[in-house]
Design a protein around this ligand. Sequence first.
Ligand SMILES: NC(=O)c1ccc[n+]([C@@H]2O[C@H](COP(=O)([O-])OP(=O)(O)OC[C@H]3O[C@@H](n4cnc5c(N)ncnc54)[C@H](OP(=O)(O)O)[C@@H]3O)[C@@H](O)[C@H]2O)c1
Length: 129
Amino acid sequence: MNTSRKTALITGASSGIGLDLSRQLAREGYDLFLVARSEEKLRALANELGHASVILADLTSPNAPQKIFDAAGPVDVLVNNAGYGLVGAFPDTDLQKDISRNCSCGRWSPATADTFSTSPPPPPFNLAR
Ligand SMILES: NC(=O)c1ccc[n+]([C@@H]2O[C@H](COP(=O)([O-])OP(=O)(O)OC[C@H]3O[C@@H](n4cnc5c(N)ncnc54)[C@H](OP(=O)(O)O)[C@@H]3O)[C@@H](O)[C@H]2O)c1
């Protein structure tokens, strides 16, 4: 995206909190990079919002962060949101699966200042655990 507008990258933009935050950031005039696995949902959202690019990525994949950075470049706002929750009684849930999956998704964090267009970088908006 070639623009002078502020940019925001939202992981997990295809549903829930990420989708709502994408709509909010669009209302505030940001150009968006929408990240998730569900192509149809992301393309529909990008069409709805305008000024939005779709980046398809599975954040459990080790090369996903580089793929996303290559597609988006530095951004002004990072919403680190992709992940999922388990519902049910604690003894009945798969703790190991919960930890590994959410930690894998959360790995997309601004480990490098290159992620951001400003220096020093702003803190990410972290929802993923
Ligand atoms: N809702 C709550 O009360 C609550 C509380 C505490 C923390 N959180 C955290 O807040 C975040 C959002 O919650 P939510 O309730 O909005 O969840 P949600 O509606 O289930 O949405 C999860 C989003 O993450 C994406 N995602 C999941 N796995 C992914 C993967 N491997 N690669 C890329 N994208 C992936 C999903 O997209 P695709 O399936 O299209 O890839 C979807 O867009 C999660 O990290 C959750 O753990 C939520």
